[in-house]
Design a protein around this ligand. Structure first.
Ligand code: GZL
Ligand code: ZN
Length: 326
């Protein structure tokens, strides 16, 4: 009841506020739902600390913005994500949002959402499609920039001495946007500064166990390498454990750079197991809910809404860790 009154008041309030304004102010109340906005959200899974924080951020922001959230966790299964999106179409929600576990295979279900007149917003990851009109906006970090920064910080860790540094890379889920674009960014930067060379890669699928398995395979195949680029904290910490067992002193003899900046990642910096952690904030729930409210209450919704990126080292990690929310 209380939620409804907020939205009705909002609509009425806005109605009275804008009754005199012309269309060109972009207000478009014809689509505003009579009750609370109903958002159907399909989440990738619960594979990492980043993902859990992202889920919490979305659920909290929906509550705070009095948006009725239908939430499904696909546990990494694309078929389940597609089924969830279809169920939201059948339930005639006002808007659908999801973080696609991989980039391909979404056109059909998104065409059905469009046919039903339901706008779609992508969060975190992206889709590969020839038809860009299948979604109205995407919200997330620039993964290519994350890869650029990982390479730049790793290279300058070797500024003195070594002029050729061999790197092994541990990837997230193949065909996911962060896995593809972090590699793209890392490769772009090392081709410019000519110090680092990626000599081998292995997928770790975002988990600590996956990072351990990948690191063991890379160790078997490559006797001589200097550093590891792990595409998220969990895989980097898994790699560090295997390197320590192999007597390769992670964080010193073998430098490690990761992405996400979860509590575990920052602790890894403080413990000297990791050297740099590029943050990719999962706290995009507020950005998503603002876009959803703007969709229906006439604000401007950008095609691309970026979340910010920073790079932590052991000193900045010590400062940030105490009040880290994820
Ligand atoms: C990145 C996000 C990735 C994280 C991983 O925005 O898609 O998925 O880097 C998570 O930890 O599994
Ligand atoms: Zn990111």
């Amino acid at each position: 009841m209380h939620r409804r009154s907020f939205v009705l008041l909002g609509a009425a309030g806005l109605g009275s506020m804008i009754s005199g304004c012309s269309d060109d102010e972009g207000f478009d109340l014809k689509n505003a739902p009579s009750g609370p906005i109903v958002l159907g959200f399909s989440q990738v899974g619960s594979e990492s600390g980043w993902r859990l924080a992202n889920t919490k951020s979305i659920q909290k922001a929906a509550e705070y913005n009095r948006i009725e959230l239908k939430f499904d966790n696909a546990e990494g299964d694309q078929k389940r994500q597609i089924a969830a999106i279809q169920s939201y179409i059948d339930a005639r929600v006002n808007v659908i949002a999801f973080s696609p576990v991989v980039e391909s295979g979404w056109d059909e279900v998104l065409q059905r959402a469009r046919a039903a007149g339901i706008p779609v917003v992508l969060t975190d990851r992206l889709i590969k499609t020839a038809d860009e009109s299948l979604y109205v906006s995407s919200i997330g970090a620039d993964f290519v920039a994350e890869g650029n920064l990982a390479a730049a910080y790793l290279a300058n860790d070797y500024s003195s001495g070594k002029n050729s540094v061999k790197v092994v890379e541990i990837l997230g889920t193949p065909d996911s946007t962060p896995a593809k674009q972090r590699t793209q960014g890392f490769t772009e930067t090392i081709s410019k500064e000519k110090k680092l060379t990626v000599i081998d890669r292995e997928a770790g699928n975002w988990t600590k166990a996956g990072g351990e398995t990948a690191m063991r395979k890379l160790l078997r195949r490559n006797k001589d390498f200097d550093a590891v680029f792990a595409q998220n904290d969990e895989m980097g910490l898994g790699a560090a454990a295997v390197l320590a067992d192999a007597g390769r002193e992670p964080g010193s003899t073998s430098r490690i750079v990761t992405v996400d900046a979860t509590k575990a990642g920052l602790q890894g910096l403080i413990d000297g197991k990791l050297n740099y952690v590029v943050e990719c904030s999962p706290l995009i729930g507020e950005l998503l809910m603002k876009a959803v409210v703007d969709l229906f209450y006439g604000g401007k919704v950008l095609r691309r809404i970026s979340s910010e990126i920073v790079v932590f080292d052991k000193f900045s990690a010590a400062t940030a860790l105490p009040d880290r929310t994820y």
